[in-house]
Design a protein around this ligand. Structure first.
Ligand SMILES: Nc1ncnc2c1ncn2[C@@H]1O[C@H](COP(=O)(O)OP(=O)(O)OP(=O)(O)O)[C@@H](O)[C@H]1O
Ligand SMILES: [Mg+2]
Length: 270
């Protein structure tokens, strides 16, 4: 049997992540994302905004995908749907083989909490709360005992290089550190899918590279990553680039991903 790459790189990862990724890397498993004619309309008074007009695509386990396109083209709408934050007006969606387009409310939230981690441009951390508590937050909705929650959150913060910042509040952290806390929080439920909507939009170029290196590192453990970006420099770190325009996919092609850690190493010292 050919060993998947994660078994070579997995040594420094917590067991839960390695276990999750061995599922994600299965060649027989369903795609992580599968949409058919997905539509989203927003009623606006007498009219309706057609934010997505029939998107059909598949994203396989272990892919790292960049979503691009002009403002208003439907990128965030698409992310919200595949992240189970919102329901489509029409079409089908399966997340890791599970049909979710018909679900609503609690069922949708349960799948979202189990399967998906979110990273946002503005970090979305709770201001008066420590890094550790921020990361622990998604686990409050599970039955996990407190000590175990703490331990999990601590391990994820260590994994993103913030083991020494557990008690810092967001304003006591740099932008890049805040985004790494947000990534640790996104990881804490062992998701199969990380969705990042302009994760580097609020960061300088060096810090952006650090965040992209982290996302690439996570992706190499088998976690599927989909990120929205307006910058070609950032999309260059993905293995596939999907372009939206007017609520439709106008381009979808594989891409030779650059290595963010290597780019970072080539930068002149600060
Ligand atoms: N809650 C909403 N109610 C009404 N219209 C909305 C809503 N959310 C988005 N839209 C509209 O749907 C379209 C797609 O919006 P979306 O946020 O998906 O764009 P985007 O590609 O993420 O743009 P940006 O790059 O500016 O973030 C836009 O025309 C927008 O005005
Ligand atoms: Mg958007």
């Amino acid at each position: 049997m050919r060993l998947p790459r994660r078994q070579q790189t997995g040594a420094f990862l917590p067991p839960a992540i390695v276990k999750a990724s061995s599922r994600a890397h299965s060649h027989h498993g369903p795609p992580i994302v599968r949409t058919r004619a997905l539509r989203k309309e927003y009623p606006m008074g007498d009219t309706v905004v057609r934010a997505l007009e029939g998107v059909s695509l598949e994203i396989a386990a272990g892919e790292m995908v960049a979503v691009m396109g002009p403002s208003g083209s439907g990128k965030s709408t698409f992310m919200n749907l595949i992240g189970c934050l919102d329901r489509p007006t029409g079409g089908e969606y399966e997340l890791a083989g599970e049909a979710v387009s018909g679900l609503s409310g609690d069922a949708l939230a349960a799948i979202r909490n189990r399967r998906v981690g979110f990273v946002f441009q503005q970090f979305n951390l709770l201001a008066r709360t420590s890094a550790l508590e921020n990361v622990e937050l998604p686990l409050l909705y599970t039955s996990m005992p407190r000590a175990q929650r703490r331990e999990r959150a601590r391990r994820r913060l260590e994994q993103v290089g913030l083991g020494g910042r557990l008690d810092h509040h967001p304003r006591q952290l740099s932008g890049g550190q805040q985004q790494r806390v947000a990534i640790a929080r996104a990881l804490v439920n062992d998701p199969v899918l990380i969705l990042a909507d302009e994760p580097t939009g609020a960061l300088d170029s060096r810090t952006s590279l650090e965040v992209m290196a982290l996302l690439q590192q996570l992706n190499r453990t088998g976690i599927t990553v989909v990120l929205v970006t307006h910058e070609q420099d950032i999309a260059d770190f993905a293995g596939r680039i999907i372009v939206f325009r007017d609520g439709r996919v106008v381009s979808d092609r594989p891409h030779a991903a650059r290595d963010a850690a290597q780019r970072l190493a080539e930068l002149p010292p600060e």
